[in-house]
Design a protein around this ligand. Structure first.
Ligand code: SAM
Length: 253
């Protein structure tokens, strides 16, 4: 059995997504390493280097989950600029994922400082975050789980300061036909099987694969970002590992 996610009515998606991440929360970090062979770490490091935050940057990391992006962001600020004034809010719909994140931060120098905070909520409605209040907005492997991507982008635009930057890291489409074939086998067969073996949860990992298939390709997503009001440089995205993932970026000017 699997979620048959294509056929799930829109109003059920949010509920199912919550269930999936509640199921995977405790195994989430290890599964990322197992399934990507550690490559997600390289993608995330590259993502933060591309963001290149300056001292004092205020970042909203949406769908921040267990705080992977937030941790890299603060480490980058500290290591590159000796900066202890950068701040990040880890925002996620799922309290289980946030709990794992809070626990991780207790073992870091950022614990109990104003550099990191956690907020529960839906990316489609950032109601507690004021207009024009953030220097940067990141969303990594989260936007494809949202029901209304246009609302997510609209809210991102609203909360960013003029000059602020939106950046998204997400699974994307492999164009090369040979690599695409290999990737198909890997994602349709290998990932759900690994989910079964490592996390004893085939369905959640089956859902993750299906959600990647359903997400729009690079150019289409870049157009959605422009339609939300952002200014993009060049084509608006960078492929990572043949397009298995991509970084999309736009400025609120
Ligand atoms: N950004 C983290 C990372 O890169 O490791 C976590 C990514 S995880 C694959 C996706 C996260 O998106 C989950 O923590 C899930 O709870 C969250 N999420 C899903 N739908 C959401 C929504 N509508 N609003 C906010 N967070 C959402």
């Amino acid at each position: 059995t699997h979620f048959g996610f294509q056929n799930v009515p829109e109003n059920m998606k949010e509920h199912l997504v919550k269930q999936v991440f509640a199921n995977v929360a405790s195994k989430y970090d290890i599964m990322n390493d197992v399934m990507s062979g550690g490559v997600h770490r390289l993608w995330k490091d590259h993502f933060i280097r591309t963001l290149a935050p300056t001292p004092g940057t205020k970042l909203l990391d949406v769908a921040g989950g267990t705080g992977d992006i937030a941790m890299r962001f603060l480490d980058y600020c500290k290591e590159t600029h000796g900066d202890n004034s950068a701040q990040v809010t880890v925002f996620d719909i799922n309290p289980n994922m946030l709990e794992v994140g809070k626990e991780r931060f207790t073992k870091t120098p950022y614990h109990n400082t104003s550099q990191v905070s956690f907020m529960e909520g839906n990316a489609e409605n950032l109601e507690h975050i004021p207009d024009n209040s953030m220097d940067a907005y990141t969303i990594a492997f989260g936007i494809r789980n949202c029901t209304h991507v246009d609302r997510v982008l609209k809210e991102a635009y609203r909360v960013l300061k003029p000059g602020g930057r939106f950046m998204c890291l997400e699974f994307s489409k492999v164009e090369n036909p040979v690599i695409s074939k290999v990737y198909d086998v890997f994602s349709f067969d290998v990932i759900p099987t690994m989910g079964q073996i490592v996390a004893n949860d085939r369905d959640s990992y089956q859902y993750l694969v299906e959600s990647i298939r359903k997400f729009p390709p690079q150019k289409e997503f870049a157009k959605m970002i422009k339609d939300a009001g952002f200014t993009v440089m060049g084509q608006g995205y960078e492929d990572l590992t043949f397009g298995v993932a991509a970084i999309h970026s736009g400025f609120k000017l």
